[in-house]
Ligand binder design. Structure first.
Ligand SMILES: [Zn+2]
Length: 107
């Protein structure tokens, strides 16, 4: 993913609209690319800042940005675990089907 793609995905990231694979690419880019992370943090502050302005509660946004990034990282890990599980289940299913086929042939 290049910077152009990453920047384009920022609004989707902030709206929690990225799927597992998109999120992974996005986060990997953000870890490496200071410029894009800066842009992400600005867009986050603007979006959240606007929302909070109405509530009069704009404190601690920088901390919250850290929390958003941390949540995204956790979500990425969970989706990786789910992928492994799905892969595992598929592998078990294939082995089971093969076993049944072999049994049918042998018996
Ligand atoms: Zn970048």
């Amino acid at each position: 993913m290049d910077c152009k793609d990453a920047i384009k995905m920022i609004p989707e990231f902030l709206n929690d609209d990225l799927n597992g694979r998109e999120l992974k690419g996005f986060m990997e880019h953000m870890e490496k690319c200071k410029d894009c992370k800066e842009e992400l943090s600005i867009q986050f502050l603007v979006q959240e800042g606007m929302a909070r302005l109405e509530d009069g509660d704009i404190f601690d946004l920088q901390n919250e940005f850290g929390r958003v990034m941390e949540d995204a990282r956790k979500k990425m890990k969970i989706s990786r675990i789910i992928n492994y599980l799905v892969f595992g289940i598929e592998a078990v299913a294939i082995v089971t089907i093969l076993t049944i086929i072999i049994l049918i042939i042998v018996l």
